[in-house]
Design a protein around this ligand. Structure first.
Ligand code: NAD
Length: 248
């Protein structure tokens, strides 16, 4: 992995940073010499990651759908590591659902876990970034809505809205030196995907659709996220970066 010297000592927040792609992003920033606040629901994974990467990681058990708790968790990271310079809005949940069975409450819950916290985490760190005239926010989107995937409309609707949120924040805060980009993963072989969805049949589908004939792994996303957060990407903002092995 490339090393970006400006990331050494940076204060980073990764939501959902204890597992899957988020864990790879956490590890990638620690490898850069950054200090990372990991906000995640998963206590055992978060605690063991913080122990393994001590003293560079502060794990805060937090449900990102609880906005006061999200704000308090960000404050806890700020108190330990200083003003937040980089925010990675990664937490999400891709539970499948059937349109005819979705209740209003369920819909609101899907939007809360897949979109709403990205706005409120950004709102909570923007004053730090404005104060230091520099910052990077990377919002994790998804290729699912681009390829027209069915079976989880509240997820795909939320993930398409991540792009609108990204472009609006990029426009409003660029004058303060804050860059905001979205990364849209294709199908990434996390533990959860392998356990729940990847079968010999779906593997054939992946290789038929991707230009690159290898499984995509969490590090493929982490590398792009770290690059977009570094000064090497200082002219890149307001963008939607697709990392899908050429599926689209
Ligand atoms: N894996 C893929 O193929 C894929 C494809 C497209 C987009 N994405 C996006 O990439 C990002 C990471 O996905 P992933 O596959 O690593 O997911 P994952 O389910 O493997 O991991 C998600 C992490 O977020 C945490 N989390 C979930 N709900 C939370 C909540 N309410 N509060 C705090 N933490 C919570 C989980 O504990 C877990 O550590 C997501 O934004 C997802 O939508 C993933």
């Amino acid at each position: 992995m490339a090393i970006y010297p400006d990331l050494e000592g940076a204060t980073v927040i990764v939501t959902g940073g204890a597992g899957g792609i988020g864990e790879a992003i956490t590890r990638a920033f620690v490898a850069q010499g950054a200090r990372v606040g990991v906000l995640d629901l998963d206590n055992p994974r978060g605690e063991s990651l913080a122990k393994a990467l001590s003293p560079s990681v502060e794990f805060v058990r937090c449900d990102v759908t609880d906005i006061p708790a999200l704000r308090a968790a960000i404050e806890q990271v700020r108190a330990r590591f200083g003003p937040i310079g980089i925010l990675i809005n990664n937490a999400a949940h891709d539970e499948r659902h059937a349109t005819l069975e979705v209740t209003e409450e369920y819909w609101d819950g899907r939007v809360a876990v897949n979109l709403k916290h990205q706005f409120f985490a950004s709102q909570a760190v923007l004053p730090d970034m404005i104060g230091s005239k520099k910052g990077s926010i990377v919002n994790l989107g998804s290729c699912s809505w681009i390829i027209g995937q069915g079976g989880m409309p509240a997820y795909t609707a939320s993930k398409s809205a991540v792009l609108g949120l990204t472009r609006s924040l990029a426009r409003d805060f660029g004058e303060h030196g804050v860059r905001v980009n979205a990364v849209a993963p294709g199908w990434i072989m996390t533990e959860r995907q392998l356990e729940l969805w990847v079968t010999p049949e779906t593997e054939k589908e992946i290789y038929a659709n991707q230009c690159i004939k290898r499984p995509l792994v969490p590090d493929d996303i982490a590398r792009v996220v770290v690059f977009l957060s570094s000064d090497d990407a200082s002219a890149i903002t307001n963008q939607h970066y697709v990392v899908d092995g050429g599926w689209n």
